[in-house]
Design a protein around this ligand. Sequence first.
Ligand SMILES: [Zn+2]
Length: 136
Amino acid sequence: MQSKSEIAEFLRQRGIRLSLPKLEIAAHVFRQHRHFTAEEIFREINSEYPRVSRATVFNVLNAFVAHGLLRKVDVRSDAQVFDSNTSEHDHVVVAATGKIYDVTIPEKTRQLLLEQLWQQNPHLPRNPKASVIIHV
Ligand SMILES: [Zn+2]
């Protein structure tokens, strides 16, 4: 998806009513795969569209999550991170830079890892769909 008309069509096909802020926010988050916070998107858009508020950015991103176009990833304690890759995957976070990478841990390996984690830490909730986040 490169052009605004392609992005508009992408949103329309998923039942999202179009508005200028939504289209602008979508252009920033769907043109390429990325991980980002609402604040980062707000700053990017603010220089061009100062009338789009933080609350609007936050609400639109959450609406995209509700429509399955984005997912939230719990990789930071200080801010909610959104991910434009909605497929099942795991993450590696580089502590020195904060950069987040998508990684795929083979399903068998992941289940083994989670099983061992739960056996040694029975107080942890069991979530078979848990994704793995590794900080390096
Ligand atoms: Zn990701």
